[in-house]
Structures are given as structure tokens and as C-alpha cells.
Design a protein around this ligand. Structure first.
Ligand SMILES: [Zn+2]
Length: 273
């Protein structure tokens, strides 16, 4: 008798193979699972809707020798808004590549799945700017994976706030403007973007999305969060390169902003209704 397992899972990858099959990569509460949905692309296949890209479904899987085979897939949530906008879809693809690269297991997998579902919900509904959602996902996903940036205070003099700071991604440390200058590092965070970064890294799960950031703050936060992610992963991500082709002007702004005078904070908390 074949062994079956039932699990919820988010479809991170759905690749057409053969005549009408879908090869799936799922993020489940226990980790990544590869599964084949045979005939899923055929007309009236009962597997069609539940095995689409970014579907969150309940799966019944047969355990195969090399890969699981999908026996049933019932949809729990579809993020329709992702399919309406190329920028949203590109960011979702980046989320998926990042989640697959981190390949979480055990309790971390469950936490990574919940984070990703929440980010996809806000992205799909257009409830937060994509640049902010990108930085939130990067910083939280890295923190869950064991790469929490040290943002408590300046690593050299313990200064906590006031003026510009530098987050040195290569060392994962924060330096105040004076200490950064001694190390010949340029400041890349103003008060608002440092507050936003601390909020994203340290806030409780339920309050993670309860903040807003100006465009300039989002750009600074985004540049630092991305650099930290790439340093931690130590490898390029194809989906990020594509996202940059959509965001090229803003990314240049963010880079030039690092050397520009830093303005007072505009970081504020809001309540989600
Ligand atoms: Zn210092």
C-alpha cells in the first residue's frame, strides 16, 4: 500500500513537464517538498486550480521514490492580485526564489511560510508599497534563517540614536557617523530608515506590517536590506536581477541617496484596520 501524507503548502514553482504535468516545489510547514501533479494542465483536471503558481492549498501526496505525486489539491487561498501587475509578480517570484534558497526546515519552515503568506497577501491586495514589502520580507526571512543584523547600537561606541548611521553588511554591524568615518564607511541610514529597520527586525509577528515609510525611507531601507540579503546568501538571484530591470531608476536614487544629506525622520507607525 502506498504511503500518503496530507499537508498545506504554497506553490513556489510550477513548471510544465511532459504533455500536461506540473512539477511543483512547495513550501510546507515542515520544509520544501518536490511533487509531480500528473495531468494537472489537462482540461477539467481536478488538480488544475490547486497547483497553480502561488496557490496555497491542502495537498494529499503519495510518497514516491524520488518525488511525491499529488493525489489531491484543494485551494485554501489564491493571491489573484499578483497576476494583475508585472511588478507584483516579479517581487513574488523573488520571494519564491529566496524562500527556496533558504530551504528552511523544522520550526523555521512554519515561520517562513507564515511570513511569506503574509507578504503575498499585502502585495496581492496592494496594501503596502512593493519596495517596503521587499525589505520587510528580506530582513525577516534572513532573521528567521539565523542572520539577524546587529542593530542595537553602534558596535564601536554604543551610541543608540541621533544622526546618520552606517549598517556595514559585510560585518553585519551598525556604526554611528563618527565611528563609520574612522572606518572610512559611508552612512547609509538616516533616523527614519534605521527606526524602520529596527522595527522590521524586532517587532512581533502580529505588528510587523503596522508601519508606514516615506518613499525616501523605503529606498534607504530597501538598499540596506538587499545588500544584507546578498551578503548572507553569497550568491546572485536571477529573479532579483529581473526586478531591478523594473526598478532601475529607484535603485539609482537609493544609491545616490547614500551620499546625500540625511533628513529628519518620517517613520511613523499606523494601525492596520
Ligand atoms: Zn559610534
Amino acid at each position: 500500500m502506498r504511503t500518503t501524507m496530507t499537508t498545506t503548502g504554497l506553490v513556489l514553482r510550477a513548471t510544465k513537464t511532459g504533455e500536461a504535468d506540473r512539477a511543483l516545489l512547495l513550501l510546507t510547514p515542515d520544509g520544501l517538498v518536490s511533487a509531480m501533479a500528473k495531468g494537472a494542465l489537462r482540461m477539467r483536471s481536478k488538480l488544475f486550480s490547486g497547483t497553480g503558481l502561488f496557490c496555497y492549498s491542502e495537498f494529499v501526496l503519495f510518497e514516491g521514490k524520488t518525488m511525491h505525486v499529488v493525489d489531491a489539491a484543494s485551494v485554501k487561498q489564491v493571491f489573484w492580485g499578483l497576476h494583475e501587475d508585472v511588478e507584483r509578480m516579479a517581487l513574488a517570484m523573488y520571494y519564491a526564489e529566496l524562500a527556496a534558497t533558504l530551504s528552511p526546515t523544522g520550526a523555521e519552515a512554519d515561520a517562513q511560510l507564515r511570513l511569506l503568506l503574509n507578504c503575498l497577501y499585502f502585495l496581492s491586495e496592494g496594501k503596502r508599497p512593493p519596495r517596503v514589502l521587499k525589505a520587510v520580507y528580506e530582513l525577516r526571512a534572513m532573521t528567521l534563517a539565523g542572520f539577524m543584523p546587529d542593530l542595537v547600537a553602534c558596535a564601536d561606541c554604543v551610541k543608540y540614536e541621533g544622526g546618520a548611521f552606517c549598517f556595514d553588511a559585510l560585518r553585519g554591524r551598525l556604526y554611528c557617523a563618527d565611528c563609520a568615518a574612522k572606518r572610512e564607511l559611508a552612512c547609509n541610514l538616516d533616523a527614519a530608515s534605521l527606526a524602520a529597520m529596527r522595527y522590521v527586525v524586532f517587532s512581533e509577528d502580529g505588528k510587523l506590517f503596522s508601519f508606514s515609510a516615506s518613499e525616501q525611507t523605503a529606498l534607504r531601507l530597501g538598499a540596506v536590506a538587499e545588500r544584507w540579503t546578498l551578503v548572507c546568501l553569497n550568491r546572485p538571484l536571477r529573479s532579483l536581477e529581473f526586478l531591478h530591470t523594473l526598478w532601475a531608476p529607484g535603485v539609482e536614487d537609493a544609491e545616490s541617496a547614500q551620499g546625500a544629506p540625511l533628513s529628519p525622520g518620517d517613520f511613523e507607525r499606523t494601525q492596520e484596520t
